[in-house]
Design a protein around this ligand. Structure first.
Ligand code: SAH
Ligand code: SF4
Ligand code: F3S
Length: 493
């Protein structure tokens, strides 16, 4: 009988990718994936440390497993990823029934460690070196994980995959734990990346998202030759079968003109750029050690818009960072108004032990002030997103169909129930015509929901938009479309 694995993933796309690799590895060892911790022989939490909340959620989930572990002592419980690297031994102190703590650089060791635990070796801890714990080369190696063994079933969809092009981060923004838990910045070799993408294309993958904490800082030197992100994009563009290429997250200071021109000129490149500003105030940006001023951010933003007029730019903001005044916050509001981001992810500052900010300054903005600023900024952003989605009504856009919409998926899961809430745009599945509610994205990463046929999943499809809110465009498939594959360059955005 096969052993059962349950995995829960929080955090960024890096973690989603890591979970895919861990699952692929464990499946090879005979594990079968289950969707609840109850029946699982091995329960893994792939964790995030970026904010306290992300860590607390994991400790709560672990707390809920305490009794299950008492009843089935052979159940192996593992904490892996960023919080494992951050807390190390302390995870065992807080949750003594955890068997396994594995940092992001040791994920490839999981099968072997699990075997050891099964054989009675007791708790296992494997983490990378501290950033000052050795020569840079040794520290770098300790954060490198394995060459990906992929697992299609763990991807966002069969047709989409994340591809890591960089490990770690060297920017050391003062609020951020990532350089500590993910280690030094290292770019992977273009050959490695290209062969991984070729393999993905052979498996039917149509869209790849290149991942790096500061993905546009990608730089790989080999002898005389240096490959930058724009060069890599050019090479990846030649991989047949791949229709769309995205990359996240970009660092404002490294948004070079050659990269913007590559995005403009390479038809497979999504016109979508995630370039977090974090704040609109120079005092705050300096404290955050973001290495740019708001004027420089604006200049970069204008350059993006001048080079790729139909591009969608998105941002992250931290509200209530140490010393943030109402005046600072007003400047952030003004930047959002001016840049009109497609959307923004807004976070309340959460002090992280081991960061410069936590060492130097007190977390002096009260939580209710953080909450209010969060809400105010979100309201402005949502209004802008709504306004900027309206001009799409009546337009034809080309989307990559990703799969069933959330609503249709829920409907599938509860297909025998009769009390599902009704979505504003249909109930998900039209049994009379075999139509389902599908979801896809435009070239500029706007979400489009439409009624279609499941066999359209994975295709590039023209859709006419008839309605829009802040987050979603609602469309109808263009009926004149006949062939199995249409890739309409220059249509829509
Ligand atoms: N490498 C990316 C993002 C890393 S973390 C970048 O440089 O933009 C994702 C987002 O979490 C950050 O952009 C930031 O907005 C937020 N974040 C990071 N540390 C945080 C903290 N201590 N408190 C609140 N938000 C934080
Ligand atoms: Fe964190 Fe800054 Fe690195 Fe992004 S660039 S991961 S915010 S230190
Ligand atoms: Fe979190 Fe680690 Fe990503 S700290 S944001 S999961 S790199």
């Amino acid at each position: 009988m096969s052993k059962k694995l349950y995995i829960e993933t929080v955090g960024c796309q890096m973690n989603m990718l890591d979970s895919e690799l861990v699952v692929a590895d464990l499946r090879r060892q005979g594990y079968e994936l289950v969707d609840a911790p109850g029946p699982a022989d091995l329960v893994l939490f792939n964790t995030c440390s970026v904010r306290a909340h992300a860590e607390e959620k994991i400790y709560s989930a672990l707390g809920r497993l305490k009794n299950a572990k008492k009843q089935s002592p052979n159940k192996i419980i593992g904490v892996i990823g960023c919080m494992a690297q951050n807390h190390q031994q302390a995870v065992f102190k807080r949750a003594p029934y955890v068997d396994l703590v594995v940092g992001p650089g040791q994920l490839h060791q999981i099968p072997q460690l699990v075997e050891k635990i099964g054989a009675g070796a007791g708790q296992q801890l494997e983490v990378s070196l501290d950033r000052k714990g050795g020569a840079r080369g040794d520290v770098e190696r300790s954060f490198e994980s394995y060459d990906p063994l992929r697992d299609e079933a763990m991807r966002p969809s069969r047709y989409q995959a994340f591809v890591r092009i960089m490990i770690g981060c060297d920017k050391f923004c003062t609020y951020c734990i990532v350089p500590k838990v993910r280690g030094p910045e290292q770019s992977r070799s273009p050959q490695q990346i290209i062969s991984e993408v070729r393999k993905l294309a052979d498996e039917g993958c149509r869209e790849i998202t290149l991942l790096g904490q500061t993905v546009n800082s990608y730089k790989y030197a080999e002898g005389e030759r240096t490959t930058r992100l724009s060069d890599l994009m050019l090479q990846l563009h030649d991989v047949s079968g791949i229709d769309r290429i995205k990359f996240v997250t970009s660092f404002p200071k490294d948004m070079t003109q050659d990269l913007l021109e590559a995005v403009r000129d390479l038809p497979k490149c999504s016109h979508y750029l995630h370039v977090p500003a974090q704040s609109g105030s120079n005092e705050q940006l300096k404290r955050m050690k973001r290495l740019y001023t708001v004027e420089e951010y604006r200049e970069m933003h204008q350059r993006i818009k001048a080079t790729i007029p139909d591009s969608a730019v998105t941002s992250d903001f931290i509200v209530g960072f140490c010393g943030e005044t109402e005046e600072d916050f007003a400047k952030t509001m003004a930047l959002v108004e001016e840049c009109r981001f497609k959307n923004s992810y807004i976070f309340k500052y959460s002090p992280r032990e081991g960061t410069k900010a936590d060492e130097l300054w007190t977390d002096d903005v009260p939580d209710e002030v953080k909450r209010r600023r969060n809400n105010e900024l979100l309201a402005v952003q949502n209004r802008i997103s709504y306004e900027d989605n309206q001009p799409f009504i009546g337009r034809q856009v080309t989307i990559l169909v990703e799969g069933l919409s959330d609503h249709a998926r829920k409907h599938e899961e509860h297909s025998h129930g009769d009390d599902e809430p009704h979505a504003p745009h249909g109930d998900g599945v039209d049994h009379m015509h075999g139509q389902v509610q599908l979801v896809g994205r435009t070239n500029c990463d706007r979400i489009v929901v439409f009624n279609g046929n499941p066999r359209q999943i994975g295709q590039m499809l023209p859709v006419t938009v008839y309605d829009a809110n802040s987050f979603t465009l609602f469309g109808e498939a263009v009926t004149s479309h006949v062939g199995p594959e249409v890739y309409t360059l220059g249509v829509g955005s």
